[in-house]
Design a protein around this ligand. Structure first.
Ligand code: PEP
Ligand code: MN
Length: 407
């Protein structure tokens, strides 16, 4: 029998495995304490709203990270996930002990540990009648949002997806076909996105088509093809989710959940995406004001998901030369009013591929954190939005405008 000697890499990996075990065990301990806090507050019938708790905790974590030669941004992102999970856990805890009658004034946990409602176990899940914690002052209440507002959080939200940081550093490029159509089509698209230096692969599997007779997408099968194409070329994937009931299944496979323009004010969907721990990209409703858009983002955040990316995609105006009117002004307006990252989708606005490259430059010029464009190996044959889809050659030219992907 040949004898095998252990290499130094194998030894080092054993040490890493050991550390990983300890990290997960410690997290288990941490969440057990969170459960205790939630139970105590519930039993006491106390209101435990502490809006500063999460902010303080993240600041402390960032400074501990620095002391340990780690990036504070990395530690904060990690902890945003830890906190989101805390919220989801508390909601489950409440639901398990829920009774049916709920006074109208009750509030739910929105973030941070121990923020159970005044009525704790009496609360149903936020999908029914419970209200998120109200804004701190009248002005914020009038505005309809405060957690996504600049005033509520000075630092920008940075959403980490794969090796891309949305909202920090250079702009990101998200590209791919309007719809996933076949294995070959999505593989060729993914290859082109990766070669162009794109950060994420887009592709619709569940399509919100204006006409019920238009191609509705390949559904689960399309998602399978997309997951494989993304993996093959090292790209995280973003795809649209149409219905609250699909969120869990789509979130299990996609790296970012897209909420389309037609669903920007679909409140049950916003709430369900809020309960997910996947980042969400909220496209602007084609007839929504900036304020309505930010209020829609507030739904997602107040239901537990802080990782929201906004995407301007054009609005309806009297102008008929383009498919929609690309409101690039919304980018600096959003930057002033909110800490969330904002992207621009010039493809759906222009409706015509030859106008897309200059609109990409314009979007970056007004300070967008990135763009999302449609591209197809053979736009003339595309099953949806071919006229606005870039050729893969043009996509590769556009790639030069973006921050390189890290190795
Ligand atoms: C899309 O990006 O696939 C899409 C359907 O866009 P919108 O929701 O902006 O129309
Ligand atoms: Mn499209």
């Amino acid at each position: 029998m040949p004898t095998t000697t252990r290499t130094s890499i194998e030894d080092a990996r054993d040490r890493i495995d050991d550390i990983d075990r300890q990290l997960i065990e410690l997290l288990g301990e941490r969440y057990a304490i969170v459960d205790e806090i939630c139970e105590t507050k519930t039993a006491n019938g106390e209101t435990v709203k502490d809006p500063n708790r999460e902010e303080e905790l993240l600041e402390r974590i960032a400074s501990i990270a620095e002391e340990n030669d780690l990036s504070p941004e990395f530690a904060e992102r990690l902890y945003q996930d830890v906190l989101s999970h805390s919220v989801a856990r508390q909601k489950r805890q409440r639901e398990e002990g829920a009774v049916t009658s709920v006074p109208a004034h009750t509030t739910t946990c929105v973030s941070g540990e121990g923020n159970c409602s005044s009525n704790g176990r009496d609360l149903p899940s936020p999908s029914s009648s419970a209200q998120p914690v109200p804004p701190p002052n009248e002005k914020a209440a009038e505005r309809g949002y405060h957690r996504v507002a600049r005033t509520d959080r000075d630092r920008d939200t940075v959403v980490s997806v794969g090796d891309a940081l949305l909202g920090q550093g250079g702009p990101v490029l998200i590209a791919g076909p309007c719809s996933v159509e076949s294995r070959e089509q999505i593989l060729r698209s993914a290859e082109a996105v990766a070669h162009a230096g794109g950060h994420l692969l887009r592709g619709g599997c569940f399509k919100p088509r204006t006409s019920p007779y238009s191609f509705q997408g390949l559904g689960e099968e399309g998602l399978d093809l997309m997951v494989k194409a993304g993996r093959r070329f090292g790209l995280p994937i973003i795809t649209e989710v149409l219905a609250p009931g699909d969120v869990e299944a789509v979130a299990a496979r996609a790296d970012v959940l897209q909420i389309g323009s037609r669903n920007m004010q679909n409140y049950p969907l916003l709430k369900e995406v809020g309960r997910s721990n996947r980042p969400a990209m909220l496209k602007r409703g084609m007839m929504a004001s900036v304020e309505e858009w930010l209020s829609a983002a507030e739904y997602i955040v107040t239901h537990g998901n802080p990782n929201v990316i906004l995407c301007e995609r054009g609005i309806k105006t009297f102008e008929s030369a383009t498919r929609y009117t690309l409101d690039l002004t919304s980018v600096p307006v959003i930057k002033e009013r909110s800490h969330l990252p904002v992207l621009v989708d010039p493809s759906h606005a222009a409706g015509t591929r030859r106008w897309v490259p200059s609109l990409v430059e314009a979007a970056l010029g007004v300070g967008a954190d990135g763009v999302m464009v449609e591209a197809h190996p053979n736009p003339e044959e595309a099953m949806s939005d071919g006229a606005q889809s870039l050729t893969l050659d043009t996509l590769s030219e556009i790639g030069n405008l973006f921050a390189p992907r890290s190795a």
